[in-house]
Design a protein around this ligand. Structure first.
Ligand SMILES: C[S@@+](CC[C@H](N)C(=O)[O-])C[C@H]1O[C@@H](n2cnc3c(N)ncnc32)[C@H](O)[C@@H]1O
Length: 424
């Protein structure tokens, strides 16, 4: 089976629209060869030792103000307190000198403050993510080729999530996935250092975040560890703010949140796209809530999409009974229903002219091109997807906002309309 391409590039995107489409916009193998305006001259400047003057600090207020206006125009920034935080915690203090800019439209490109300061400043104050680590640090980030493993999240995505989090003054917040530390800085400005704990799994990322936060004048509690365990030492929290994608919500977060408190996270099942999820913690030790829009983040390390199985043998072939495009483009409600019915199935869409999708779970796989279905292994994965799709049709084709998730000590349960109407 040819290997799906998107899993290698699964990064972080604005939560609007369909994650699969956003993931496609994330770039393909060509992205690393893209030339950004200004980059063509980079080699010349580098050879001659010439550097562009760093004038970025000039007009910093205007830069931040313009960014805030863009987020407000997009409907992501509505609360003046977060606008004030954007000014008080300048984003550039959290951007490394060399990184990979990842615009929503157009190819990604290397930024290097020493080589082209003006391009660096423009990228840092634009509304898109800056990739700050590849392959868990094994690959030099400026090349842009590899699995995105840490980033300075896009301002619109960050503010949108913070507005959903909506902490009250004095709330205690646990952030999962410190990354560059920018979000932890924004939270510290809003709530005070003593009310913010942030957990990061990668030692180098953790150290850089600590240095950046210090430089910016903030001192939240930074923990190096696996965020899946939360941080019991300073529990209970009023809010848990998760900034990496989660397929299975760890119960530790429920245990560490005060009853009535909330956990806000990007729920990213293997059957894409991802969805923002708001969970309220009840008195009975469970957390429940509905999906609240789209989300696309880098996955939590232990929950990354598994590699598709290698397959050399033949396939069981058949013609699709329903046009696969109808299943995949039926809407976000169908996506949630299929993901809920098939929690262990991963999917990846092709980017060519012809419709193409891969599915895999364990040693089973399916590869659908046009309306030709090829399946192998113990499970017929496309048959299972069709089955889940028709169940969704029988439920009356409900939209995403009618679905929710409950997290209990036994695991997570997807439901339709009411928490007691669990599917599948
Ligand atoms: C998208 S970045 C977070 C962006 C960040 N909040 C910011 O403000 O820049 C996701 C981060 O989650 C971290 N991460 C992944 N798995 C984790 C885990 N199990 N526990 C804690 N952090 C994790 C990654 O190393 C990465 O730095």
């Amino acid at each position: 089976m040819p290997r799906p391409w998107t899993i290698a590039r699964r990064g972080e995107k604005r939560g609007q629209g369909r994650g699969r489409q956003a993931a496609e916009a994330c770039g393909t193998a060509e992205a690393g060869q893209a030339v950004h305006p200004g980059e063509a001259d980079e080699g010349k400047r580098r050879r001659s030792g010439e550097r562009r003057r760093d004038t970025g600090q000039v007009n910093l207020r205007e830069r931040i103000g313009a960014l805030a206006d863009t987020l407000a125009a997009n409907g992501e920034l509505t609360d003046e307190k977060w606008r004030a935080a954007l000014h008080a915690v300048p984003r550039h203090l959290f951007a490394p000198a060399v990184a990979w800019a990842e615009p929503y439209a157009g190819p990604g490109y290397r930024i290097d403050r020493d080589i082209d300061a003006s391009a660096w400043w423009d990228a840092v104050y634009a509304d898109h993510p800056i990739i700050t680590q590849l392959d868990d640090g094994a690959t030099e980030v400026g090349g842009g080729e590899g699995v995105y493993s840490s980033s300075l999240s896009a301002p619109g995505v960050v503010v949108d999530f913070l507005e959903l989090l909506s902490p009250y003054d004095g709330d205690r917040v646990l952030e999962i996935g410190t990354g560059t530390g920018w979000t932890a800085g924004l939270l510290s400005h809003r709530l005070g250092d003593g009310n913010v704990v942030s957990v990061e799994i990668d030692p180098a990322v953790h150290e850089r975040a600590a240095a950046s936060l210090k430089k910016a004048g903030f001192g939240p509690r930074l923990v190096l560890g696996d965020g899946a365990d939360g941080w019991a030492e300073q529990a209970p929290y009023d809010r848990v703010h998760v900034t990496c994608g989660v397929r299975e919500v760890p119960y530790a977060w429920v245990e560490q949140t005060r009853p009535g408190g909330a956990i806000v996270l990007p729920w990213m099942p293997g059957f894409e796209p991802g969805h923002k999820l708001w969970l309220t913690v009840g008195r009975d030790g469970t957390a429940t809530g509905r999906f609240a829009g789209g989300a696309h983040y880098m996955m939590m390390r232990a929950q990354r999409v598994p590699a598709p199985p290698e397959h050399e043998g033949g396939y069981g072939r058949r013609a699709a009974t329903v046009d696969p495009r109808r299943v995949l483009r039926a809407g976000l409600g169908a996506d949630v229903a299929i993901a809920g019915c098939l929690p262990d199935v991963s999917a990846s869409l092709g980017t060519g002219e012809e419709f193409e999708i891969w599915l895999w779970a364990g040693r089973s796989g399916a590869w659908i091109t046009g309306s030709e279905v090829r399946q192998f292994g113990a499970r017929n994965l496309w048959d299972e997807v069709e089955e889940a799709f028709f169940r969704w049709v029988e439920w009356g084709s409900p939209g995403r906002d009618r679905f929710g998730l409950t997290v209990t000590p036994d695991g997570q349960h997807l439901w339709l309309d009411r928490p007691d109407n669990v599917i599948p």
